[in-house]
Design a protein. Structure first.
Length: 416
C-alpha cells in the first residue's frame, strides 16, 4: 500500500482512538443542531396530523421548526399521515428519489440513494448479496462479540456512556466489516469524511479511498465493496467510481443504526415492563425492537421530488415540487395504532415505515435486526437482575428533529 492509502492505517489502539474522535465530532454536531432546533417535535407533528395528512410548508420549517429569513425559504410539502407517507414512498413513478441530488448528493456524490427504477434495482440486486438475511446471520457472532466486549468494558469500569461506548462503535465497526474495509483502517476518519463532518481540504483522504477502491485485493472477498467491484456492470462502474457508494454505505450503515441502538437501550432500560419481560422470555426481543423503531425511528424524514402533477390526500402537487415524508409522524398515526405515542411492546405488530417500504425498503433491515437482537440479549445478560436497583441512568431521552436518539445514556453502578 502506498503512502497515500497508508494515511488510513492504524494500530488496534489507533483505530479505537479514531472511533472515539469520530464520535466526538458527531456529538458536537448533534449538540449544536439540537440546541438550534428546540425541543421534542412530536406534539407539533400530532397537531399537524389532526389538521390534515399533507401540508404546504417549507423545507426550512420542516427541518428546523421555523422558516428561514424571508426570500431564502424552499417550498415543500410535508406529509404527516401513515397512509399518505406510505403512498409516496411506494410510488417511484410519481415521487422520485432524485430529490436527494440537492442534499446528500452534494456531500457524497451521486449514489444509488438518488436513483429510481432499473438503475436503482441494478445496484440493489448486487448489494442484496451482502445484505440478505443468510449473509447477515453469518456475521451474527461478530456482532455478539462486539456488543458483549463493549458492554463488559463499560460495566468493568463501573459505568460509562452507552451511546459513545457501545451503540456508535458497534454500528460503525459492523458496517466497516460488511463493506470489506481492511483491518487496521481508520474507520472513524472514513465515516466522518463520508458524512461531511471531517474536512479534506488537500484531498488526502479522498485520494487514499480512491486508491483503496482501485485495489480489489484490499477488500474482503464477498464483502459489499467486493461484490460491487466484481459486478462488471457499466451502470455500477468500478474502482474509484464506487466512491459515492462507499460513502453512502458508511453513512447509512452507521448513522441510523447507532441511533436506533441508542434508543433501543433507552427504551429497554426505562420502560418498566421491558426488563422483566425479557427475563421471562428473551424471544420477545423482536417485538421490543420493532416497537422501538416505530415509536422513535432514527431518521425522521425521507425526501422525494414529484415527477408529474398529482393529487395526494386532497392536495394538488405540481411537477418538480419537493415532498418531505415524515416517518416519525407517520409511525405515530393514531388511525393506525391506538395510543401510538406510547411505547408498548404488547401492541399488535403492524408494519411501520421506520425501514421504509416499496422500492427503497432499507437494504440493512436484516442487519439492523441482528444488531438489535444481540444488543438486547447482551444487555439482559450484563445488567440482568441488577437493573434498575444496582444502577443509575442519566439521560434526557431521544432528542433531535432530523435524526432522533438519546445524546447520552450515562450508566453508573450505585456503589461507585
Amino acid at each position: 500500500m502506498t503512502a497515500v492509502a497508508g494515511l488510513l492505517d492504524a494500530s488496534p489502539q489507533g483505530v479505537e482512538q479514531d472511533i472515539k474522535e469520530a464520535y466526538a465530532l458527531v456529538r458536537a454536531y448533534d449538540d449544536a443542531t439540537t440546541l438550534a432546533q428546540g425541543g421534542d417535535p412530536h406534539a407539533e407533528f400530532a397537531a399537524l396530523r389532526r389538521q390534515g395528512a399533507v401540508h404546504r410548508s417549507t423545507l426550512e420549517r420542516v427541518l428546523t421548526g421555523t422558516d428561514g429569513a424571508e426570500g431564502t425559504t424552499t417550498p415543500a410539502w410535508h406529509v404527516v399521515s401513515f397512509t399518505a407517507a406510505e403512498q409516496v414512498i411506494r410510488d417511484e413513478d410519481t415521487y422520485s428519489s432524485a430529490a436527494y441530488d440537492d442534499s446528500m448528493g452534494r456531500v457524497i456524490g451521486r449514489s444509488f440513494l438518488q436513483m429510481d427504477h432499473q438503475e436503482h434495482r441494478t445496484w440493489r440486486n448486487v448489494l442484496q448479496g451482502g445484505f440478505n438475511r443468510q449473509t447477515v446471520l453469518a456475521h451474527r457472532q461478530d456482532v455478539r462479540l462486539a456488543v458483549a466486549s463493549r458492554l463488559s468494558s463499560v460495566t468493568a469500569r463501573g459505568g460509562g456512556d452507552l451511546v459513545a461506548k457501545v451503540a456508535f462503535p458497534v454500528a460503525l465497526t459492523t458496517i466497516a466489516r460488511l463493506a470489506g474495509l481492511p483491518r487496521g483502517t481508520r474507520i472513524g476518519t472514513l465515516y466522518t469524511w463520508a458524512v461531511g463532518l471531517r474536512e479534506d481540504p488537500d484531498g488526502q483522504v479522498t485520494s487514499a479511498v480512491r486508491e483503496l477502491l482501485g485495489t480489489p485485493s484490499a477488500w474482503t472477498p464477498g464483502s459489499l465493496v467486493d461484490l460491487l467491484l466484481r459486478a462488471k456492470n457499466p451502470v455500477i462502474g468500478t474502482g474509484p467510481q464506487l466512491l459515492p457508494a462507499l460513502r453512502l454505505l458508511l453513512s447509512t450503515g452507521t448513522e441510523p443504526p447507532f441511533r436506533s441502538l441508542a434508543t433501543l437501550m433507552y427504551a429497554a432500560l426505562t420502560a418498566p415492563s421491558v426488563p422483566a419481560l425479557l427475563r421471562t422470555d428473551l424471544s420477545l426481543a423482536p417485538a421490543v425492537f420493532q416497537e422501538c423503531w416505530r415509536w422513535e425511528p432514527p431518521l425522521t424524514w425521507v425526501f422525494r421530488r414529484c415527477t408529474t402533477g398529482t393529487e395526494l390526500a386532497g392536495q394538488r402537487i405540481s411537477r418538480g415540487e419537493l415532498v418531505c415524508v415524515n416517518l416519525a409522524s407517520a409511525n405515530r398515526d393514531d388511525t393506525r395504532w391506538r395510543h401510538a405515542h406510547l411505547f408498548d411492546v404488547r401492541r399488535e405488530q403492524l408494519p411501520s415505515l421506520a425501514m421504509g417500504t416499496g422500492p427503497h425498503t432499507c437494504l440493512g433491515r436484516h442487519l439492523a435486526a441482528v444488531e438489535a437482537q444481540e444488543l438486547l440479549s447482551e444487555l439482559h445478560d450484563v445488567v440482568g437482575s441488577a437493573w434498575p436497583t444496582g444502577w443509575t441512568l442519566h439521560t434526557d431521552g431521544p432528542a433531535g428533529r432530523g435524526f432522533r436518539s438519546p445524546g447520552r445514556l450515562g450508566v453508573r453502578l450505585r456503589d461507585t
